[in-house]
Ligand binder design. Structure first.
Ligand code: URC
Length: 299
């Protein structure tokens, strides 16, 4: 039997970069977590221990910091593109770069005179924004944006019935339940040169996709979380031409009605026990029928 080298990549995971922009006394915070993974002519480092083709992961960490200083950190997709193009463009041994970034939001702390404090922040309870960018030496580039931990709840407008009932089924059908989930969504941007064109303003695109996801969650009378998930993805595709595919994962955060009868009380859908596990996990994707090939976007 002959053993051959399989697919491989290497990089620095989770470089935490906090960039402060000082606009006079008013400060702005960008808080990101950068992971880079490089691949290419890496046979020797694996097979013989010759490191000549290797840009150290320590250098990748330093590059993230240096680029934050040199170029600033704007939209995370733009920063990821900058890094990915740099790695592939500057080192012949590096044929492919994957850069993943998470962004954590900070809100300004309001102070007692009603103004926002200019240099004090509280970590936001909002979702985490994400992106994954790939770039290779043939000039192919893919951008997937996303979010996770977008926690949402409908206190009515959700039913679940008509499902299979076998000898193990105990679930009671319901026409009025709480529907709650933590949305993880990722969406693939059409390539820059695609005929359907679209926004390259990743900030605006993110805000609009997030808005459509939330609107669809709120406005869909749900017969299942699967149906809600599909409606959310569909809403994004219909509204945003720069997006050609949406993939989502949504845990069903079950809320069970508490039995208050032992205490002589009724419970007309008012008091719930929020279970944390196990949870249903609903996953799905939607894509435009003319979506271009995904290439390595989801890798
Ligand atoms: O929206 C739902 N989808 C399911 O597939 C499912 N299964 C279940 O037990 N509860 C629910 N709810």
């Amino acid at each position: 039997m002959k053993v051959v080298l399989g697919p491989n990549r290497y990089g620095k995971a989770e470089t935490r970069v906090v960039r402060v922009v000082r606009d006079g006394a008013v400060h702005h915070i960008k808080d990101i977590n950068v992971s880079s993974a490089l691949s290419g002519a890496m046979e020797d480092v694996h097979l013989t221990g010759d490191n000549a083709a290797v840009l150290p992961t320590d250098t990748q960490k330093n590059t993230a910091y240096a680029f934050a200083r040199k170029h600033g950190v704007g939209e995370i997709e733009d920063f990821a593109l900058l890094l990915a193009r740099h790695y592939v463009g500057s080192q012949p041994s590096i044929h492919h770069a994957r850069v993943e970034i998470e962004e954590y939001f900070w809100d300004r702390i309001p102070v007692s005179d009603g103004r926002d404090e200019r240099h004090s922040f509280v970590r936001s309870g909002r979702e985490v924004r994400t992106c994954v960018v790939h770039h290779d030496r043939d000039g192919r580039t893919t951008v997937v944006s996303g979010l996770r931990d977008l926690v949402v709840l409908n206190s009515t407008g959700s039913e679940f019935h008509g499902y299979i009932e076998d000898e193990y089924t105990t679930l009671k059908p319901t026409t009025d339940r709480i529907l709650a989930t933590a949305v993880s969504a990722r969406w693939r941007h059409v390539p820059d040169d695609s005929p359907s064109g679209g926004s390259r303003d990743f900030g605006e695109s993110y805000a609009e996709v997030r808005r459509r996801l939330l609107e669809a969650f709120a406005e869909t009378h749900s017969l299942s979380l699967q149906q809600t998930l599909h409606a959310m993805g569909e809403r994004v595709l219909n509204a945003r031409r720069e997006v050609c595919e949406v993939r989502m994962a949504m845990p069903n955060k079950h809320h069970f009605l508490v039995d208050l009868e032992p205490f002589g009380m009724d419970n007309p859908n008012e008091v719930f026990y929020a279970a944390d596990r196990p949870y249903g996990l609903i996953e799905g994707s939607v894509l435009a029928d003319d979506a271009p090939d995904a290439c390595f976007a989801w890798e």
